[in-house]
Design a protein around this ligand. Structure first.
Ligand SMILES: Cc1cc2nc3c(=O)[nH]c(=O)nc-3n(C[C@H](O)[C@H](O)[C@H](O)COP(=O)(O)OP(=O)(O)OC[C@H]3O[C@@H](n4cnc5c(N)ncnc54)[C@H](O)[C@@H]3O)c2cc1C
Length: 407
């Protein structure tokens, strides 16, 4: 016998979970499914940092606060930062941003993905939303006005509206034939956490090296400022070489690549290597279908924006669906779903294009381009209004914001 829902969300990662919470109390029968066990790990404040972290913007913080998940994050571990320093490793251009320039206390928080996920799951387990763990989607097809989904264990689910929140390798996107535009950055990212001899000063540091951007993101534990999360984007062959180094040799290379800005790199946790690929779905919606988060778009981590875009997708889609439900409209109607696409696609595309241009400019080795980026950085550094505009953009507080992200 099929299980039935008004709306089925595939993927209870950070973005799918946020959407489900945003729809609670709507009267809609929502079912959120995920291939993993969806268990919440007891948090140990002394445990090493998880290698996967996100720089959460002020807009994401507001959304998570309104969904009741921010307290669960703050009680576990969240590292605020109030400055950002970016410089060109092969020139003299540099730029510095501060929260104070826009009268804000922080630019954002660096939070381990596991922490965000657990805080959201805690809320989901506490409310009466349908949640199905160990439910891996394998097949999906139209059946009358519904979608019929088959799970790996043979169970079947049915709903007129399916939301794909199942990440960069979305099964929903593949099974429904949604086209994407994608290309390799020819970068792999090495992620890990390291301890340095100098304090990070609540600053997110990014150096553009000849082979790609290297970020030191500040992590704070018990008030100590000696840990940073590293995102080191470099060529695949260089990443392969760095992955084979022992801890001591890796720390020395990292210190050199970072020009020793935070002193000696004293130790490094286990490393993960992630191939980077930009992906953008040509459409986010079809009849009875919408894509959100990484299922719709993946972006270079130099922007630190992937999940921030995903939270805005979730908040806007929830708003569109709740408004349509209050008017008695059919939620699966592509005309209704297109309102979500119209609000999110231009914003996501603009940011992705800007980041791509930025990434290319910093990769360029030709003298005129190197001159341009150094001069450009120096010029922008002298323009407080332009910098404040950039900071407001990074806080996620400009543009067409959903109610959940508004002050
Ligand atoms: C190196 C790196 C650094 C990054 N840094 C930042 C940053 O600083 N700031 C930022 O905003 N973003 C950052 N990002 C991006 C961010 O991590 C992603 O945007 C975010 O994790 C996407 O969340 P999601 O919920 O859309 O997808 P995911 O986190 O991938 O979640 C997908 C969920 O779907 C489930 N699933 C998948 N397939 C199936 C299936 N067939 N059936 C059922 N369930 C399924 C999975 O189990 C998972 O729970 C970074 C990314 C990388 C690679």
């Amino acid at each position: 016998m099929d299980m039935r829902a008004d709306l089925l969300i595939v993927g209870a990662g950070m973005v799918g979970s946020a959407l489900a919470l945003a729809l609670q109390g709507s009267g809609l029968e929502v079912l959120l499914i995920d291939g993993s066990p969806l268990s919440v790990k007891p948090f140990d404040p002394q445990a090493p940092f998880e290698p996967r972290v996100s720089a959460l913007s002020a807009a994401s913080q507001r959304i998570l606060e309104r969904l009741g998940a921010w307290d669960g994050i703050a009680h576990r571990r969240a590292s605020p930062y109030n400055q950002m320093h970016v410089w060109d490793g092969s020139g003299t251009g540099q730029i510095h941003f501060s929260a104070a320039s826009v009268h804000a206390e922080v630019l954002g928080h660096i939070v381990e993905n596991r922490v965000v996920q657990d805080a959201l799951l805690e809320r989901l387990h506490a409310c009466d939303l349908g949640l199905l763990a160990n439910a891996r989607l394998e097949q999906m097809r139209r059946s009358g006005d519904d979608w019929l989904l088959t799970l790996a264990d043979g169970r079947t689910l049915r709903a007129p509206l399916v939301i794909a929140a199942d990440g960069a390798h979305s099964a929903v996107r593949r099974l429904t034939g949604c086209a994407t535009r994608e290309w390799d950055y020819l970068h792999h990212a090495i992620v890990t956490s390291v301890r340095s001899s100098k304090a990070h000063q609540m600053t997110a540091w990014q150096r553009f090296t000849d082979t790609g951007p290297l970020a030191f993101l500040p992590l704070t534990r018990d008030g100590q400022q000696d840990w940073c999360s590293i995102v080191w984007s470099t060529t695949p062959s260089e990443a392969e070489r760095l992955m084979t180094l022992d801890e001591e040799a890796f720390c020395r290379e990292l210190e050199r690549a970072f020009e020793g800005r935070l002193g000696t790199v004293l130790s490094a946790d286990g490393r993960l290597c992630v191939p980077l690929r930009q992906r953008h779905a040509k459409r986010y919606v079809a009849e009875g279908l919408a894509l959100i988060g990484d299922a719709a778009h993946t972006i270079h981590p130099l922007a630190g924006q992937g999940v921030n875009l995903g939270f805005l997708d979730a908040a806007v889609l929830a708003e569109v669906l709740l408004n349509a439900a209050s008017r008695g409209e059919r939620l699966a109607d592509v005309k209704v779903l297109s309102r979500f696409e119209r609000r999110r696609m231009p914003h996501n595309l603009a940011l992705m294009s800007a980041m791509e241009g930025f990434e290319r400019l910093f990769q360029a080795d030709q003298l005129p381009l190197r001159w341009l980026r150094n001069t450009g950085l120096k010029m922008v550094e002298q323009m407080p209004e332009a910098k404040a505009l950039f900071v407001r953009q990074a806080l996620g507080l400009s543009g067409d914001l959903p109610e959940l992200a508004k002050a």
